[in-house]
Design a protein around this ligand. Structure first.
Ligand code: UDP
Ligand code: MG
Length: 315
């Protein structure tokens, strides 16, 4: 398909979503057809190991609205969405999960705000269905922690389900950092932003592709990408323990002069050594998180490797 003008691009990352794909396609098509505008559905296959890839290909053969981007391996959700943004041609781009937790029927609400002149319209989860208490609790803590310690005020209870104007997509496209936290990046760019409330549904089929390990990784990326707080914690502990030591010196001298038996013995020493050793190792680990990320950036590898993709690409 030649570069015709496209008004809306819907971008969905796909990682083993075989059973969700046909329903996703049907519901998106229905909603987008009702807008009366030109649209495309960019399906990014993030190294699926089930038959999702074939299903994406056959959807694309049947309907030219579907544009497949197929990765050479699994690169992770945030990178898959990034590729979707790179290939999207629309004047507005809607990012949506493939598991139908973000109902496509909310898209017209996002579009309405866009028509009012907003450049970022994010969907706020008013309610969540069918998620374990553990997932809810960790998500709650995560959003609030990020809000407290990062410099960008990322709105609470907002995932990647959102509409981005072309201007914003172009700016994010130029931010090629590899440890990506797209919500933070979309907030960072500025422009006029607003939210729309929606009820987050349960997964339509399959299981979450975000085990605790991946959530932790995302949280670490969010924190390190937008805050120096963990590095400052090390400085804080340094001052506190140095301060304690200085305060302790006159006390110990006094105790010794008065012949008291206090502060003799190995237990005190052991505790002090273990405490400081622990703090130092943790600080090293924190430094390591940042240095590892600097190293990854300096390697300058491409963000993702594509096996098959449509001809045109923005960058
Ligand atoms: N996903 C992906 N690559 C991954 C993990 C997930 O493209 O490595 C996709 C997945 O197919 C889905 C979206 O990212 O479309 C969100 O994943 P999921 O629903 O498993 O996350 P949850 O909603 O449980 O946080
Ligand atoms: Mg999901």
């Amino acid at each position: 398909m030649k570069n015709g003008p496209v008004t809306f691009s819907v971008v969905a990352p796909i990682y083993n979503e075989y059973d969700n794909l046909p329903v996703l396609y049907d519901r998106v098509r229905e909603v987008m057809a009702a807008t009366g505008e030109t649209w495309e559905l960019v399906l990014v296959d993030d190294g699926s190991t089930d038959a999702s890839t074939e299903r994406i290909r056959s959807l694309a053969e049947k309907d030219k609205h579907v544009r497949p981007v197929i990765f050479a391996r699994n690169f992770g959700h945030q990178i898959a969405v990034t590729a979707g943004l790179d290939y999207a041609r629309g004047r507005a781009v809607i990012i949506i999960d493939a598991d139908l937790q973000d109902p496509p029927e909310v898209i017209p609400d996002l579009v309405a705000k866009w028509h009012q002149g907003y450049e970022v319209v994010y969907a706020v989860r008013a309610e969540r269905e069918g998620e374990s208490w553990f997932k809810r609790l960790t998500a709650d803590i995560f959003y609030r922690l990020i809000y407290r310690i990062t410099d960008v005020k990322i709105p609470l209870d907002v995932g990647d389900f959102r509409l981005l104007d072309r201007k914003v997509v172009d700016v994010i496209g130029r931010m090629r950092e590899r440890h990506r936290f797209l919500r933070g990046m979309a907030t960072w760019v500025g422009f006029r932003q607003t939210g729309v409330h929606y009820k987050r549904a349960a997964r339509f089929a399959g299981e979450t592709k975000y085990p605790f390990r991946k959530m932790l990784k995302l949280a670490l990326n969010a924190v390190t990408s937008f805050s120096y707080f963990p590095l400052q914690v090390a400085t804080f502990f340094g001052f506190v323990s140095a301060g304690l030591a200085i305060l302790a010196i006159p006390v110990v001298i006094y105790e010794r002069l008065t012949g008291s038996q206090a502060f003799f013995g190995q237990a005190t020493t052991l505790i002090a050594v273990l405490f400081l050793g622990g703090v130092q190792l943790i600080s090293l680990g924190v430094l390591g998180e940042y240095i590892g990320r600097i190293y990854d950036e300096t390697k300058g590898r491409p963000l993702y490797v594509v096996r098959e993709a449509p001809e045109n690409k923005e960058r």
